[in-house]
Design a protein around this ligand. Structure first.
Ligand code: NAP
Ligand code: GLV
Length: 312
């Protein structure tokens, strides 16, 4: 079996070695422009357009990330090539940590205390408690479930929104698009911290526009750890500026790196991280991908197979 790694960063070698360690009978190479040997399977992130022209005999592409729009948007992606994505592999607990950190920062008014400290001011501010911070998780998939379960077990009121799933988690109230058009507004109105954890698809692109964000109650906060394309930036900025929203923690953006002149950089209510909320840990993910490759190669069912029609 021949496997090719396509990874546009210095992590390519680490991925090659980790995959090779789990598939000892396979020949594993790193793709580069001009690499012409034909592989059966590809493992990678953001393959360049030339990659699929150079590799016409692939039997499947394995995404090292949970999101797959970086593959689906490739103009040369063959229409029938199966795409399989990594599931969790340690990203769920990172998402939980990221969201917990941001919620505590708002709940405990840490930005305000930091400003007071800088000014040498000793002034206790009014406190609030977990039951006053209803969490709304948009996208109750592999990662959203981790986050929803963690906040529910921490004692926050938690509700979630999914496209079609009707199975929730203990302590998590589920709203579902398939149950009617009023579900989304009810979900948003009940939310004090919106956590966006759904994939970028034709249906979710610009989902959080002015009308949607205004459904959040006054003083609500937004965490986006999915993809920047789900939020209309001007709408979010307007609602932060006019006081309707109290804060935003943004890990992902329409254009990455976030352009230096973007208003998010210097906005006092915005916390920015450079798409690092959940980094794929190479060793556990390579073990999972190797197992998926073995399953596909032996015509066994595997999980994480992307449904092209729905876009995730
Ligand atoms: P997943 O298991 O596929 O879950 C996706 C969830 O979103 C499902 O609950 C799905 O509903 C829901 N959904 C899809 N389309 C929807 C729509 N139009 N309206 C409402 N809900 C919708 O994906 P995952 O593994 O949890 O990953 C989620 C996303 O996180 C990825 O796609 C990626 O973009 C992002 N991510 C970001 C980072 C980072 O570092 N920032 C790291 C990893 C992943 P159903 O249950 O009904 O299918
Ligand atoms: C990262 O953004 C991923 O989709 O895994």
């Amino acid at each position: 079996m021949r496997i090719v790694i396509v990874y546009g960063s210095d992590k390519a070698q680490a991925w090659r070695d980790a995959i090779a360690a789990h598939l000892r009978d396979a020949q594993v190479d790193i793709w580069h422009p001009g690499f012409t040997q034909q592989a059966d399977y590809a493992v990678g992130w953001t393959p360049p357009p030339q990659f699929f022209i150079d590799q016409p005999r692939l039997r499947a592409f394995f995404s090292t990330g949970a999101g797959v729009e970086h593959v689906l948007n490739n103009p040369n992606l063959p229409a029938d090539l199966p795409i399989v994505r990594v599931e969790d592999a340690g990203m769920g607990e990172q998402m939980v940590d990221y969201c917990r950190f941001e919620v505590l920062r708002w709940m405990q008014r840490r930005d305000e205390y930091a400003a007071q400290q800088a000014a040498g001011i000793w002034k206790p501010l009014s406190a609030s408690f977990r039951d006053e911070w209803p969490i709304g998780v948009f996208g109750l998939g592999v990662l959203g479930r981790h986050v929803a379960k963690a906040f529910a077990s921490d004692g926050y009121p938690v509700h979630a929104f999914s496209r079609s799933s009707t199975a929730s988690e203990p302590g998590v109230r589920l709203f579902c698009e398939a149950n009617g058009s009023d579900q989304f507004e009810a979900f948003m109105r009940a939310t004090r911290v919106l956590m966006i954890l759904a994939p970028l698809t034709a249906a979710t692109y610009n989902k959080f526009d002015r009308k949607a964000l205004q459904m959040l109650p006054r003083g609500a906060c937004v965490i986006n750890v999915a993809r920047g394309g789900l939020i209309v930036d001007d709408a979010l900025l307007e609602l932060l500026d006019n006081g309707h929203l109290n804060g935003a923690a943004l890990d992902v953006f329409h254009h990455e790196p976030l352009p230096r002149q973007h208003r998010y950089w210097n906005h006092p209510k915005v916390h920015i991280t450079p798409h690092t909320a959940a980094v794929t840990p190479i060793r556990p993910a390579a073990k999972q991908i190797a197992e998926k490759i073995r399953q596909v190669a032996s015509n066994q069912p595997t999980t994480g197979l992307v449904e092209r029609r729905r876009g995730y």
